[in-house]
Design a protein around this ligand. Structure first.
Ligand code: SAM
Ligand code: SF4
Length: 329
């Protein structure tokens, strides 16, 4: 079991398998994209299998595959199938933008992936284009259909942004009436890969809830499961549920059970912090698993108390926020 100095147990890994993406969500990266990592800079598949296997042996029970867009990386499906077979791993999940995902759903289900987070900020094609700079709304909606058709557990992630999609809050929430999905409204975070362009949020979790209450005054609070980053709600009579994620106001750090590994194999012990260990370099310098495990343990032990502290240190070092595609969301 891995714990940090505040007694928090780590049992959840978020692994970014690429920094590349086929959308350009303005809150995540610049329109021209990023300085994409070369193949040699990325963790290779054998390296990713090795780190996942080591962490599962150290107590990680849940792995989420993310990116960039995971499905733009070539040969991702055999990799997922292999991770899904790990002894000791209880849950393997994926976060996707849904552009390429629809035809892959049956295979994902067959390999034992039963839960997918689908990013969808709007139900309107024009607003989708204005947010992502790509005309792919139909493809994403097809993925949603396929996921539901195959009885997958679906969480829809929507970042709430002033002037961009606040008119979508109610239509997205209304999806929960007939569909067994969780719609999660996420506070916008500063990870847009630019020096500027983020000046704090207008739509924090309180304001999102107030907006929901105007249309659904009977919306009720559910008990949040352990380690939940979302405040969970349900509209009476609706099949699905609603989550509000205080990603910017950071009210969940006290129970944080997760670590991240970026596409270039850097360990992050806090979303808001800098990378603290290059696993890729340890592997490529020939360190055996035991020593890599010790280094991981030490880095995790020393992690920051919360996202505010981690961000302060990170800004002192880097001076700007990375793109979420580099971190893995
Ligand atoms: N490309 C995949 C996708 O979009 O689902 C996976 C990676 S994406 C970085 C993971 C999640 O991070 C998405 O749900 C996305 O909406 C969210 N995200 C990206 N940038 C964000 C930001 N600046 N603030 C809040 N959420 C963000
Ligand atoms: Fe791509 Fe996901 Fe970032 Fe959008 S949020 S640009 S889909 S990585």
């Amino acid at each position: 079991m891995i714990t940090d100095r505040f007694g928090r147990t780590i049992n959840y890994l978020r692994l970014a398998v690429t920094d590349k993406c086929n959308l350009r969500c303005f809150y995540c990266m610049p329109q021209e994209g990023l300085n994409w990592l070369s193949r040699a800079e990325l963790l290779s598949y054998p390296e990713m299998l090795r780190i996942c296997s080591l962490l599962v042996r150290m107590g990680v029970e849940k792995i989420r595959i993310t990116g960039g867009e995971p499905f733009v990386r070539k040969d991702i499906m055999p990799f997922l199938a292999e991770v899904a077979r790990f002894d000791g791993l209880r849950r393997l999940t994926v976060t996707t933008n849904g552009v390429l995902t629809a035809p892959l759903v049956p295979e994902l289900k067959k390999m034992g992936i039963h839960s997918v987070n689908l990013s969808l900020d709007t139900l309107d094609r024009d607003r989708f284009f204005a947010i992502t700079y790509r005309d792919e709304h139909d493809a994403v909606m097809q993925t949603l259909e396929q996921l539901l058709h195959h009885n997958m557990e679906v969480k829809i992630n929507a970042v709430v942004m002033e002037g961009k999609n606040t008119q979508d809050i109610i239509p997205l929430a209304a999806l929960t009436k007939d569909l067994p999905v969780q719609v999660r409204f996420i506070e916008q975070m500063p990870f847009n890969g630019r020096e500027a362009g983020f000046s704090g949020i207008v739509w924090n979790h309180h304001r999102i809830l107030e907006e929901l209450q105007l249309t659904y005054p009977a919306i009720r609070k559910l008990v949040d499961p352990p380690f939940s980053t979302a405040y969970n709600y349900q509209i009476p009579g609706h099949k699905g549920s609603i989550g509000i994620i205080a990603a910017y106001t950071r009210s969940f750090c006290g129970s944080c059970n997760r670590i991240r590994i970026t596409a270039q194999g850097t360990l992050k012990t806090c979303l808001y912090g800098t990378g603290v260990l290059s696993i890729r370099d340890l592997f490529r310098n020939g360190l055996p698993d035991e020593e890599v495990g010790n280094a991981l343990q030490l880095a995790i032990q020393n992690r920051e108390r919360d996202g505010w502290q981690a961000e302060e240190k990170s800004m002192q070092k880097n001076g700007m926020h990375e793109s979420m595609a580099e971190i893995g969301g």
